[in-house]
Ligand binder design. Structure first.
Ligand code: EPU
Length: 430
């Protein structure tokens, strides 16, 4: 297919908006979140909050989500919401504050590794909750939550958010060391601060939270999605085109930009947009990491880009142990990718000397052929669309609902860039 050219505007990210919706549960008045994407994950989260008694209004076109939490009548999230996304566990702290007793079903989300909840549970227990795992989910209760000193074994995004969402109304001071400081976590902390929370971020990945007695609702305009922004920029590069992305600040893409720079890409950057193009691209050795490293969710577009670079590239995944299953379909499209259990490109990795296939070696350039593929997860799936855009001949993708759970109207965006793309079958949840 031909080069992709044109403009894409990204909205706020899936991984920020849903957490803001959870934070809204802590307020004594309604909250409004703006610049929200139109994605399935908002609908899933809204339905979950409605099942608790919240009133949630979603204006998908206007990008506005409004949560009125004052009529919460139960702390039990129905089992039917199990396995759909990562949000239920984040509701435990806020619902404990409101109801004292909580049930949340097993979390889902993409199958990219075991994704245990041990850090969440240990943190909740340190703050005074009794937590029990049942075959269906988590039962928790607390007479009153208190501050604690917590050190996370790994800077987990979700566990840091669990601590923030619980500590803000807990009695006393909570110190959480080795926190995640991803931009989406900071956005959540800022939103909580607007609600009246007392949160400080110290220089050494340490949040210090002084519990307050009450929080009010707040308003927030979300910052642009850095995963979508990077993915569309790469879609332009992979097809030897030029995509201009609006709506995501340069500051959220620093490592992505420097990585593509190293590979020979040329950037144009203004206050309003970023564009990237290249005549030819060099291979690279890249390791995914926690912020400010190269984020794991940028991995699949980059691997697809590697298939079009001249030479051998390496991707060492250090956040998830099983994030390469999507590679098999790329191989059937003609990509030369091999997976290894060794740490290639760095040794500071929790999967060192395990059997996790967490390093990929990619030899390019490959002439990709269109294929029939089943989308396994959100990010791998987007990688396939990019690969299909660069491939010779048409591709047929099944299970594209995964994409619609996390990307704002991807069909429209790709069509605007000149990709011949259409959708059959039931549409995403609305
Ligand atoms: N981990 C544990 N125990 C825990 C929590 C995490 O061992 O209790 C491990 C995980 O298994 C993983 C690592 O710590 O190996 C990092 O997990 P983290 O908790 O940071 O991830 P998450 O909160 O479940 C969020 C995003 C992911 C993103 C990661 C890393 C959401 C809903 N999901 O997941 O996004 O990759 O942080 O930045 O915010 C996606 O959007 O497609 C996606 C997977």
């Amino acid at each position: 297919m031909g080069p992709l050219h044109g403009d894409v505007t990204v909205r706020g990210s899936k991984n920020a908006v849903t957490k803001h919706m959870v934070a809204a549960v802590l307020g004594n008045s309604p909250s409004t979140v703006r610049n929200c994407p139109h994605i399935g994950d908002i609908e899933i989260t809204a339905a979950m909050l409605r099942a608790l008694g919240c009133q949630v209004d979603v204006d998908a076109d206007g990008g506005i989500v409004h949560v009125e939490p004052n009529h919460i009548e139960t702390g039990r999230v129905p089992v039917s919401y199990g396995g759909l996304n990562r949000i239920p566990v984040l509701l435990v702290g806020p619902l404990l504050h409101r109801m004292g007793e909580v049930f949340v079903p097993l979390v889902g989300g993409d199958r990219i590794g075991p994704r245990p909840l041990d850090f969440h549970m240990a943190s909740l227990e340190a703050m005074g909750a009794e937590v029990q795992v049942t075959p269906e989910g988590l039962e928790a209760k607390a007479l009153g939550l208190h501050g604690a000193r917590i050190r996370l074994p790994f800077p987990s995004v979700g566990a840091t958010e669990t601590v923030l969402l619980t500590a803000v109304l807990a009695e006393g001071r909570t110190v959480v060391e080795n926190s995640a400081i991803e931009p989406e976590v900071i956005e959540l902390a800022l939103f909580l601060q607007r609600m009246g929370a007392r949160i400080e971020l110290r220089p050494d990945r340490r949040f210090v939270i002084e519990g307050v007695e009450r929080l009010e609702g707040a308003e927030h305009h979300l910052d642009g999605d850095r995963i979508e922004a990077f993915s569309y920029l790469v879609a332009g590069l992979v097809t030897r085109g030029r995509v201009r992305v609006h709506g995501c600040a340069q500051g959220r893409l620093v490592t992505a930009i420097s990585t593509l720079h190293r590979m020979g890409a040329r950037f144009e950057i203004t206050d309003d947009w970023l564009a990237v193009s290249a005549d030819s691209l060099r291979p690279a050795v890249v390791q995914t990491d926690t912020h400010p490293g190269f984020m794991t969710d940028w991995q699949s577009p980059l691997v697809v880009l590697f298939t079009q670079c001249q030479g051998m590239s390496v991707l060492h995944e250090t956040v998830y142990e099983d994030r390469f299953p999507y590679v098999r379909a790329l191989q059937t499209m003609g990509a030369e990718v091999e997976l290894f259990d060794s740490c290639l490109g760095g040794s500071n990795c929790r999967f060192h000397e395990t059997t996790a296939m967490h390093s990929a070696v990619v030899r390019g350039p490959s002439l990709l052929q269109g294929a029939e593929i089943t989308v396994p997860d959100i990010r791998g799936g987007f990688g396939y669309v990019i690969a299909a855009a660069a491939a010779k001949g048409p591709s047929l993708l099944h299970d594209v609902h995964h994409l619609e759970r996390g990307y704002h109207r991807p069909l429209e965006a790709f069509a605007q860039l000149g990709l011949h793309i259409s959708r059959e079958g039931p549409t995403a949840p609305s």
